[in-house]
Design a binder for this molecule. Structure first.
Ligand code: DGY
Length: 323
């Protein structure tokens, strides 16, 4: 008998066929997130769940007494209640690796976009405001040969470091739980204490996963250390930053600008103060969102799930749930 699984997010046809070969399945195909009550019903007798982003609380898991494995189509797994999964012996997997270059590309786009005011000036041209040649009011800041400070030097951080160092001739500082000598050698990166990184970087790129330790990691005192000319980039999770403190720092000119792919609450609310600020570039959490990468993430997530349900050790069990 094939194991029963539920697919809570749309997946490409080849991923669905792969799952169909190994499992009995039902799926949610809606463009919006699945309503909680419906998910509760669908997981009542499944052994596997393929999801992405949706919160997996202890309360939700209580509705799925047969659940053996949850596979998220994301590298971040802050949606997992790790304690509740551990207690219930549920395997949890994510999709590291396949998205590193795609997310790093987007981070560079945010750095360039804010520094050179790409969206602001695109709107300026399109609305017919370009009336004369050179105009100092449109000048931006350089990216090349500046200093980037990367907070959280995982695989995506390294892909950013590579682009920054070899593409733009930048100096790379980084802060991480542990120094990484190999990364330093490869990218000419230098380990810095958090305060030093904030003081010396022209671009501060936040790439830490969201954990109890990193929640609210960047707040008033961190923004106060940054240069007035600096640009803050967040492509990790919105909750790693105190958004009110960020808005204050931007308003008061304590930092120059920000490029944000993630927010405390997503989707961002229509009356959010960031929406009316000119010195920010805001994106709808699309770091890994290219067709190719999302397809690869979906396939990897499906492979993780099938392996777990077949009693093998899936390659991407999240560290906290490994034996
Ligand atoms: C990830 O993979 O964690 C991205 O943020 C998409 O959710």
């Amino acid at each position: 008998m094939k194991p029963k699984v539920f697919i809570a997010r749309p997946v490409p046809p080849e991923v669905e066929s792969y799952i169909a070969r190994h499992c009995q399945y039902k799926k949610w195909d809606g463009p919006e997130a699945m309503p909680y009550d419906q998910l509760v019903k669908e997981i009542a007798d499944v052994e596997g769940l393929l999801t992405s982003g949706g919160k997996l609380s202890a309360e939700l898991l209580d509705h799925a007494p047969k659940l053996k494995a949850v596979s998220t189509m994301s590298v971040g797994y802050d949606n997992f209640d790790l304690e509740a999964m551990k207690e219930r012996g549920i395997i949890g997997t994510n999709t590291p690796g396949v998205l590193d270059d795609t997310v790093a590309d987007l981070i560079l786009a945010l750095m360039l976009g804010v520094a050179r005011r790409v969206s602001e000036l695109d709107a300026y041209v399109k609305q017919g405001s370009w009336k004369r040649g050179d105009n100092e009011a449109l000048f931006g800041l350089d990216v090349h040969h500046k200093t980037v400070g990367i907070i959280g030097m995982g695989r995506i951080g390294e892909a950013v470091a590579q682009r920054a160092r070899f593409g733009f001739g930048m100096d790379v500082l980084y802060h991480n739980r542990h120094p990484k000598p190999e990364t330093e050698r490869k990218f000419g990166a230098a380990y810095a204490e958090m305060k030093d990184l904030l003081r010396h970087s022209d671009f501060v790129v936040l790439m830490t996963p969201l954990t109890p330790q990193t929640r609210g990691l960047i707040g008033r005192s961190e923004f106060a250390l940054m240069k007035p000319s600096s640009i803050f980039i967040n492509a990790s999770r919105g909750q790693t930053v105190d958004e009110e403190a960020l808005i204050e720092a931007l308003r008061e000119g304590r930092i120059h600008g920000a490029g944000l792919d993630v927010f405390e609450r997503e989707p961002i609310q229509p009356d959010h103060p960031l929406l009316s600020m000119h010195n920010v570039v805001l994106l709808p959490h699309i770091g890994s969102a290219t067709k190719q990468t999302r397809d690869e993430m979906a396939m990897l997530a499906a492979e993780n799930l099938v392996a777990a349900l077949q009693g093998q050790t899936p390659p991407n069990i999240v560290p906290e749930l490994r034996d």
